[in-house]
Design a protein around this ligand. Structure first.
Ligand code: DMJ
Length: 433
């Protein structure tokens, strides 16, 4: 009783601290970067990804404001979006990033808020993104021009090819046009069918020829959300083929990549054809896999990985982008305010109710809020050894990092995991089977 009472107290304080941090970051954006894609939190300037702004921060942040019950901020973001966002621009955009941040953000905003203008923007964007998939294999090019549909960059990777099932599936649901889900599914399965004899995929593939250019297999950067969407397409739409593809893929991952150590478990990097280890590297992005394992019922493995995730965080006092888990040497020392470790912690706490995950969540959140804060917002860290900061605050800090941090401590009634599925950018989409 006493422990329960204590933890409710901690949860409330934690939620308030996260809301305060979110408000601080948004105020910085409004004051110094209003109208831009993102805030540069050290130089106090705005920054655009392309030749003109697509209002990435307000779009990515809206549903977090909504879930954190920050009504004034949600209204401000909404106003900015409807006054200033247009996709009718002669600009090459990165299909993957625009789909997960904008399409996902607009669709979840529509489902939460109900304003049809969110859906209209999502439909317009969806149409403009479709030409990206016009390759000989059906796997998309990395860049597409929003006005002309011109494509470029055929050397792609599983994540940038196979992370469209959820957002495009929702477009199919709302437009009644099957082209979106069909196109996304074909792209994912073009990767899946090119898996090696032992069931693994590589890191780089040519979408014109369908040949692998880099055969290193891992579950982090450039592959991660391809696997995530196979499982989540089953959760969101009940797609059994996606579930079967996930199971085949996950079996191979556990067989060849999963490594249990005394520090916890990690995923290594192997050759996709032989399963032989190439580099024992693990990092911030890989940390998401504990969450998807927990969601898919592989709880024991998920808990072992989360132990590894916690080791990585505590060892470096803030997790690095990449380290050698056999000798603890750092190979990429930055921390760009990533959410994946908190994301896994959220799923594990929701599923097990084990208070150790509350403690982990608290440790990580407290570190981020205290070490990354600047006068204008929160900044990425260039090197976790020196804590030198970098002039960047990615929109996923709003969309994911603060959202998962909050949801670990918020009452469960705020969000029912039986009713929604989070996209890879943490935009909740309603299950409608
Ligand atoms: C986000 O944009 C998404 O989570 C993506 O799948 C991976 N990288 C960032 C967050 O780290």
């Amino acid at each position: 009783m006493q422990a329960q009472h204590l933890s409710n107290e901690v949860k409330k304080v934690q939620c308030d601290a996260i809301i305060e941090a979110c408000r601080h970051a948004w105020n910085g954006y409004k004051q110094y970067a209003s109208g831009y894609d993102a805030l540069m939190p050290i130089s106090k300037k705005g920054q655009n990804w392309y030749s003109s702004s697509l209002l990435m921060t307000p779009v990515d942040a809206f549903d977090s404001f909504y879930l954190l019950k920050m009504k004034a901020e949600a209204d401000e973001a909404k106003k900015m979006i409807f006054q200033g966002l247009s996709f009718d621009k002669d600009m090459d955009v990165q299909l993957f990033e625009v789909s997960i941040r904008f399409l996902g953000g607009l669709l979840s905003s529509y489902e939460l808020d109900g304003d049809p203008r969110f859906l209209n923007l999502a439909r317009d964007l969806g149409k403009r993104l479709l030409p990206a998939f016009n390759s000989p294999t059906g796997m998309p090019y990395r860049y597409v021009n929003l006005q002309t549909g011109k494509t470029r960059d055929p050397l792609s990777n599983p994540a940038e090819i196979g992370t469209y099932l959820l957002e495009f599936g929702k477009l199919t649901q709302y437009t009644g046009d099957s082209i979106y889900y069909r196109t996304a599914k074909k792209a994912s399965f073009e990767v899946f069918k090119r898996r090696s004899k032992i069931g693994l995929v590589g890191t780089v593939i040519d979408v014109n020829t369908g040949t692998w250019v880099n055969t290193e297999s891992q579950i982090g950067a450039r592959i991660d959300s391809y696997y995530e969407y196979l499982y989540k397409a089953w959760l969101l739409f009940g797609d059994k083929e996606c579930k079967a593809a996930w199971e085949t893929s996950n079996d191979a991952i556990i067989k060849y990549l999963y490594v249990k150590t005394s520090k916890g478990a990690f995923f290594t990097r192997v050759d996709m054809n032989t399963g032989k280890e190439r580099q024992p590297l693990y990092g911030a992005l890989d940390a998401f896999y504990a969450g998807i394992l927990a969601l898919s019922g592989n709880l024991a493995l998920a808990e072992n990985i989360q132990q590894g995730n916690t080791y990585m965080w505590v060892k470096f006092h803030l997790e690095p982008e990449e380290f050698n888990f056999r000798n603890d040497s750092l190979t990429a020392a930055g921390y760009p305010l990533r959410p994946e470790n908190l994301e896994s912690c959220f799923y594990l706490y929701r599923i097990t109710k084990d208070e150790q995950y509350l403690r982990m969540g608290k440790r990580m959140t407290d570190d981020i809020l205290s070490k990354c804060r600047t006068a204008a917002g929160f900044a990425a860290v260039k090197d976790v050894r020196t804590m030198e900061m970098e002039d960047s605050m990615e929109s996923f800090f709003f969309a994911e990092t603060l959202k998962y941090a909050y949801l670990i401590f918020a009452p469960e009634s705020n969000l029912d995991l039986n009713k929604i599925v989070f996209t890879t950018e943490a935009h909740p989409l309603k299950i409608a089977r």
